[in-house]
Write a protein that binds this ligand. Structure first.
Ligand code: ADP
Length: 332
């Protein structure tokens, strides 16, 4: 668990020594973000060994490598280490660490856990639970992904819905739910990852003011049109995620430019339902793509609808680890 590896003695991360040697970073900007990182998540650099030969992937801020974290109270822990590139600007540092801020205290079996951050001197690292089988999109494109059974598709859908139900309950809106941002562990259990665009909802809606790079093909019409995000716009993206699973990693709206997709979705066009695949997933996709956010199901309802379609064995295992079963929502 987090407690095992998280708690190590650390100085206050907002003190000036933490600003040293972090490239191009204005002190108030970094200090402001560091204030939101809890002390128990600060890792000392020498406790971390990074395997530079084992690159897991490349993100928008730098590389992700396999690593090992030594913990005082137990055996070493395998981790994934996201490094911020040396060319990062102050704003990049802020956005990079912002992801870690949102991942703190997440306690769901279907959401990737934050292990900690290394912020004293450059390069700064975000250290996460290692997801051995990588991201779902890459997996779907492999031979193993191409031969996924319908039952396994339902299980993946359940795990994603339960992880998202947990986030929605915490009033977090992910805004970038897609197969590329779901990770798989050794047992091919799915966990929601990449909190780069996540926001905390003060009301039911988060309104985005500037336009950066946007995951247009996964976005709900109200997000495309008015920059409005909510857990129900995450539900829309979840529908596209189901489509990716059933289509085994295909690109949504293949052959159409972003601008065209934007216009199509706003004017009511929808992705074509794949021919094969579990009927329940195809039915749920349609529900997730209702034009009015309120007409879409909530994540907790999606779990309720999917659960009876899983095998009795799987249901018994799911019951022990799901947010759905631990929360009172299951009774409503
Ligand atoms: P960014 O948010 O900067 O784009 P990502 O979080 O998408 O970066 O990470 C890039 C890639 O690194 C992912 O596609 C995945 O293959 C790999 N990766 C990220 N996090 C993990 C993890 N916890 N375990 C294993 N691989 C990971």
């Amino acid at each position: 668990t987090i407690c095992l590896w998280g708690r190590r003695k650390a100085a206050n991360p907002t003190t000036p020594e933490f600003m040293n040697h972090i490239p191009n970073c204005e002190e108030p900007l970094l200090g402001d973000t560091l204030q939101h990182i809890k002390e128990e998540y600060v890792i000392q650099r020498d406790a971390l060994e990074i395997n530079l030969e084992h690159q897991l992937g490349k993100g928008c801020f730098g590389t992700v490598h396999k690593g090992v974290l030594s913990v005082t109270s137990g055996s070493d822990v395998k981790v994934a280490v996201k490094a911020l590139s040396n060319q990062a600007t102050g704003w990049d540092v802020k956005r990079f660490l912002q992801e870690a801020v949102f991942m703190q205290d997440i306690n769901s079996n279907f959401v990737v856990r934050l292990v900690g951050v290394v912020v004293k001197f450059s390069p700064i690292y975000v250290v996460m639970e290692l997801m051995e089988r990588g991201d779902l999109k890459s997996f779907l494109l492999t031979e193993a992904g191409g031969t996924l059974t319908e039952m396994k598709m339902v299980e993946l859908a359940l795990e994603a819905a339960d992880g998202m139900a947990y986030l929605a309950d915490k009033k977090l809106v992910h805004r970038d739910l897609a197969a590329r941002n779901c990770m798989l562990d050794t047992n091919l259990t799915l966990k929601i990852g990449d909190f780069g665009l996540t926001r905390y909802l003060k009301t039911d809606y988060y309104k985005k003011s500037d336009k950066g790079f946007l995951p247009v093909r996964w976005m709900a019409p109200e997000s495309l049109q008015n920059g409005r995000y909510s857990s129900r716009s995450d539900v829309w993206s979840y529908g596209v995620l189901l489509w990716e699973v059933v289509s085994r990693g295909a690109l949504p709206y293949q052959g159409f430019a972003h601008e065209v997709v934007n216009v199509m979705v706003i004017s009511g066009s929808r992705l074509e339902c794949p021919e094969n695949g579990p009927e329940i997933l195809k039915f749920l996709m349609q529900q997730c793509w209702k034009g009015q956010p309120k007409e879409r199901p909530e994540f907790i309802q999606l779990v309720r609808l999917l659960l009876p379609r899983a095998s009795p064995d799987y249901q018994a295992r799911f019951e022990r680890v799901s947010f759905f079963h631990s929360s009172s929502c299951r009774d409503s």
